[in-house]
Structures are given as structure tokens and as C-alpha cells.
Design a protein around this ligand. Structure first.
Ligand SMILES: NC(=O)c1ccc[n+]([C@@H]2O[C@H](COP(=O)([O-])OP(=O)(O)OC[C@H]3O[C@@H](n4cnc5c(N)ncnc54)[C@H](OP(=O)(O)O)[C@@H]3O)[C@@H](O)[C@H]2O)c1
Length: 511
């Protein structure tokens, strides 16, 4: 049992229902890796600090390097100190660390899973974790197959004594539709869909969850959320960072696979979907899949017209010179990998007929941020025309990160004797409005998996449908790399991306 310093968990209010995380053992495959240090352990520690962990819990780190439990805990303590959103409290850490242990094994060694099974039985008896097992695949994707196979062969894919067994699979979930299907089949051989949790950490972000509340709990917005009132939608994810240490992965992936197939299409789905019949996981995911099925395919010649790809050249970020993508370590000097992509996506259904969704993502852009901007149609150019005053359109901006919040641009009369119209903003900031820090996405997602709530995880058909859309673009790109555009680091991407949105009579927002 957790030490008394950690409070018992209160019931947690989920998106759908009030659920509580259940006592369990979390086994992390790849526990000495970056994700565990930077995200998973800080998230678990924060949950412990907030008193939201289940009543009994243990964490077993699985990796191949030789380590003692104490050595492993010491490394994680450093990671939590560095990456936890609230720093660490020594007393709480000491109490939290008692639930952590290390299990050394190679992923391919079945005996390591057999000894793990025995260890989990002991933990059930000593920690009260009730035969419930949550397996987190925080390893390289090419290791997923062997881990899943060994979990199945060792019987670990079943809970013990009436308990459950669930699996969390990290991104990337495949590299195209065939590989995603193959991975889905492998997962399905070991775990039923209901026990499979495919991470898309954007869905765990508070503002992403708020999209549904904003739309369906406010008559003001939902009444206007359609082609009659909305001119277009812009979804942007920009970052000043380059490829950093991830070139090996990124050069094979590119922005479309890395960001659009998962995170940005998920944001598009939440923005465009119809009201679900309920707040349960399948009702919501059914509606998201319908959006994905309604995306007008971008194929053949349509790709060059509606998709702009770019790669960063040398330039300056915050006054500092940075190298071109092709000059980065471990990048092919002739690489045609896109570090920027802008797309015009059409959702061919009744609600969105004629409303383009402009989606853009890029590295080495001047500023970092992710947002959805809903641009409303112009008012009839009648009343204020004679005054010569320009009236800006209303724009509703949902800021996913950083400074999570929502703002609405409106027109207002400037004080004074003459009629001057200026844009003003109504702003809501999570940080100040609720007076508490928003939890990290991984905190929410880990709790949901412990509670058996897959609402914020991608379902098999969502993942496959999104790959189908993205694969068609890759197919066209594979036939020619002529349309790869270069942009200077520190700029907002290639000029062709500006032309794409200009054709609709709009311009990209500057974040
Ligand atoms: N890092 C992130 O911020 C991030 C973000 C999003 C998604 N992801 C995804 O999360 C997953 C993990 O990423 P990561 O950055 O944490 O990877 P990483 O730092 O390379 O860590 C890999 C882990 O796997 C273990 N491992 C490798 N081969 C093994 C083997 N044969 N047997 C046993 N253990 C083995 C390593 O253990 P040893 O140390 O013992 O070798 C290490 O613990 C990937 O799927 C990645 O795409 C990561």
C-alpha cells in the first residue's frame, strides 16, 4: 500500500462519467528511456502529489541494463525533480518511490516475462494490486511485436484472480496503413480492443478535451458551428525546434506522418464532429471516425494543388544561426523529408460543405504553439461601408498549447466622437480562470487507462482511416519530389503555403 503521505484518491470526473482508477501494477517496457524519464514518472509523481493515484499501486520498470531497484529509483528521482510540473517534495518522493522496482530483461527473452509474472503475483500479495496489470509499451516501435508476443506466450495478457490486463501503445502507431493494420492485428492477438489504449497525447491535453465542452455546452457556438457561418478553420502546430536528436526517426517519418496523421487529424475531428449520442468512449469515437471517412481524399494531381511540403534551410531562430535540415547530424544530405506541411482539407458532409480546413505544421518556425482558429464569415458589407471602416471577421481561437485557453476576436467601437471600429479580444486563460495548473496530458491518460476509460485514446478504425488519408498523399509524393519547397529557418514556412490559403481569400494567422 502507498505510504500515508499520499492521499487516497477521490472519485475523478472523467469526460463521460465519474470513474476511479483501479489498483494495479504498471509495467513500463523501456523504463530506462527518455519517455519514462521525461513524461511517465513525472506524471505518476504529480498524480501521487495530487492524491489521484489508485489506492494501491506498483510500478515495475522493464529494460535490459543492469540496475538495482535503488539505482533505478535514484535516476527517476532526478528525472522527476527536473521534469515534474511541481518540482518534488522529498517526503512525498520517498513514499512514492517505495512503489517502484526494476526488472532486468531483454524484450525477446521469454524467461524475463516468466519471472515478471512471478514478480507481479508477489506484488499483488504485498501491495494489494489485485491482479490488475497495465502494460505500457514505451519502447521503439520495432520492439512492439516481440513484447506483445511474449506477453501473450507468458499469459501476462490476462489479469490474475479476476483482475484485468490492459496495454498502452505509444506512437507512432505504424508508418502507413499496412503496417498499422499489422500492428493492430498483433495487438489484437494479445489484447481485445477494449483493453487496448493507443496514445495520442494531444487528446489528453485539457484544451483538446474542452473543444467538446465549448461546442456542446454553449448554445452560442454550436448554433453557428457550420458552413452557414464559418468561412474556414485553421489548425496550426508550429515549433522553433529543429530535428534535435531525433533525426534517425524523423528523416524516415516527416511532418505528415509525425504530426498530421495523428495529432492534427484528431484535433480536426474534435472540431468537425457531430454531437455524439453520449459521452461514452465509443459514442465519441464513432463520431470522430465519421469525420475521417468524410475527408475528401487527396490523391494524384490534387496533392500538388492542396498540399504544400517544405524543408527548413539555414536561418536564424531568436537571433541564433541554425543549420539547414540537410546539414543536421544523421540526416541524409539529399533528404526529401518534409519538416513543414500545409494542407487544405475538405470535410465532405452536410455541416462542412464548402468550408476548408487549413492544417499546417512545421519545425524551425519563429514561434511555438498549437491552436485551432475558427474564422467566421464576414458580416454583409453594408452598414459600415460608407464610413470607410474595415470590419474584421470574428475568429475563435482555441489554444491547445502553450497558455491554454480560448479567445474570441470581435469588432468594437473605439471610444470617441467619431465611428472607428477596432478588433478586440475576449480572452479566457486556463491558468488564471481556474487558479490551478492544468495537468499534463500523460497524467490524464495514465489515470484513464487505470480507470478503463478509452475515450481519449485512438480506436483501431480511427488510426487506420487516418493512415488511409495520409498514405494517398505519400503515394503522390513518392512519384515526384519536385514539389519540395525550401524555407529559411525562422520564417513561417514556404511562400507556397501562403499561396495555398490566399486562394481562399485568407491568410495564415501569426501565432
Ligand atoms: N521520448 C519522447 O518524448 C517520446 C514522445 C512521444 C512518443 N515516444 C515514443 O515512446 C517510445 C519510447 O521512446 P523513448 O524516447 O523513451 O526511447 P529510448 O529513450 O530509446 O528508450 C528505449 C528503451 O527501450 C529499452 N530497450 C531497447 N531495446 C531493448 C531490448 N532489446 N530489451 C530490453 N529493453 C530494451 C531501453 O533499455 P536500455 O536502456 O536498458 O537499453 C530503453 O529503456 C517510442 O515508441 C517513441 O516513439 C517518445
Amino acid at each position: 500500500m502507498l505510504n500515508s503521505v499520499i492521499q487516497a484518491n477521490p472519485l475523478r470526473e472523467g469526460l463521460g462519467s465519474r470513474t476511479a482508477p483501479e489498483s494495479c501494477t504498471l509495467v513500463i517496457f523501456g523504463a530506462t528511456g527518455d519517455l519514462t524519464h521525461r513524461k511517465l514518472i513525472p506524471a505518476l509523481y504529480n498524480l501521487a502529489a495530487d492524491g489521484t493515484l489508485p489506492p494501491a499501486m506498483s510500478v515495475v520498470g522493464f529494460a535490459r541494463r543492469d540496475k538495482t531497484d535503488d539505482g533505478f529509483r535514484g535516476e527517476l528521482r532526478e528525472a522527476a525533480r527536473k521534469f515534474s510540473r511541481q518540482g518534488i517534495n522529498e517526503e512525498l518522493w520517498t513514499s512514492f518511490a517505495t512503489m517502484i522496482s526494476y526488472h532486468r530483461s531483454e524484450f525477446h527473452d521469454i524467461t524475463g516475462y516468466e519471472s515478471l509474472a512471478k514478480r507481479l503475483d508477489t506484488l499483488d500479495a504485498t501491495m494489494g494490486t489485485r491482479g490488475n496489470r497495465l502494460f505500457y509499451l514505451a519502447a521503439a516501435p520495432d520492439q512492439f511485436e516481440v513484447i506483445l508476443e511474449n506477453l501473450r506466450k507468458s499469459g501476462l495478457n490476462q489479469g490474475k484472480n479476476g483482475g484485468w490486463a490492459r496495454v498502452i501503445v505509444e506512437k507512432p502507431f505504424g508508418t502507413d496503413l499496412p503496417s498499422a493494420r499489422h500492428l493492430n492485428d498483433l495487438v489484437e492477438d494479445a489484447f481485445p480492443e477494449a483493453d487496448t489504449y493507443r496514445i495520442d497525447h494531444y487528446l489528453g491535453k485539457e484544451t483538446a478535451q474542452n473543444i467538446m465542452v465549448l461546442r456542446f455546452a454553449n448554445a452560442l457556438f454550436e448554433a453557428m458551428w457550420n458552413a452557414r457561418y464559418i468561412d474556414h478553420v485553421q489548425i496550426t502546430a508550429s515549433e522553433p525546434l529543429g530535428v534535435e536528436g531525433r533525426a534517425g526517426y524523423y528523416d524516415k517519418s516527416g511532418a505528415l506522418r509525425d504530426m498530421v496523421q495523428n495529432h492534427l487529424l484528431q484535433l480536426l475531428c474534435l472540431t468537425a464532429m457531430e454531437p455524439p449520442t453520449g459521452l461514452d468512449a465509443d459514442a465519441i469515437r464513432d463520431e470522430k471516425v465519421k469525420v475521417l471517412r468524410s475527408l475528401r481524399p487527396l490523391e494524384g494531381a490534387e496533392v500538388a494543388k492542396h498540399v504544400i511540403r517544405g524543408q527548413y534551410g539555414a536561418g536564424a531562430i531568436n537571433g541564433k544561426r541554425v543549420a539547414a535540415y540537410r546539414d543536421e547530424a544523421n540526416v541524409d544530405p539529399e533528404s526529401a523529408t518534409e519538416t513543414f506541411v500545409a494542407l487544405q482539407i475538405n470535410v465532405d458532409n452536410w455541416r462542412w460543405a464548402g468550408v476548408p480546413f487549413f492544417v499546417r505544421v512545421g519545425k524551425r518556425l519563429p514561434k511555438g504553439g498549437t491552436e485551432i482558429a475558427v474564422h467566421f464569415k464576414s458580416v454583409p458589407p453594408v452598414l459600415f461601408k460608407a464610413t470607410g471602416e474595415a470590419v474584421d471577421d470574428n475568429v475563435l481561437v482555441i489554444r491547445i498549447q502553450p497558455d491554454e485557453g480560448i479567445s474570441l476576436r470581435m469588432s468594437a467601437k473605439m471610444p470617441g466622437a467619431s465611428l472607428r471600429i477596432e478588433p478586440v479580444r475576449m480572452d479566457f486563460h486556463y491558468g488564471t480562470s481556474f487558479g490551478k495548473a492544468t495537468p499534463e496530458a500523460y497524467e490524464r491518460l495514465l489515470l484513464d487507462a487505470m480507470s478503463g476509460d478509452p475515450t481519449l485514446f485512438a480506436r483501431r478504425d480511427e488510426v487506420e482511416q487516418a493512415w488511409k488519408f495520409v498514405d494517398a498523399i505519400h503515394k503522390a509524393w513518392a512519384e515526384s519530389s519536385e514539389d519540395l519547397n525550401f524555407y529559411a529557418s525562422g520564417s513561417w514556412g514556404p511562400a507556397e503555403a501562403e499561396d495555398l490559403i490566399k486562394r481562399h481569400g485568407a491568410t495564415w494567422r501569426r501565432l
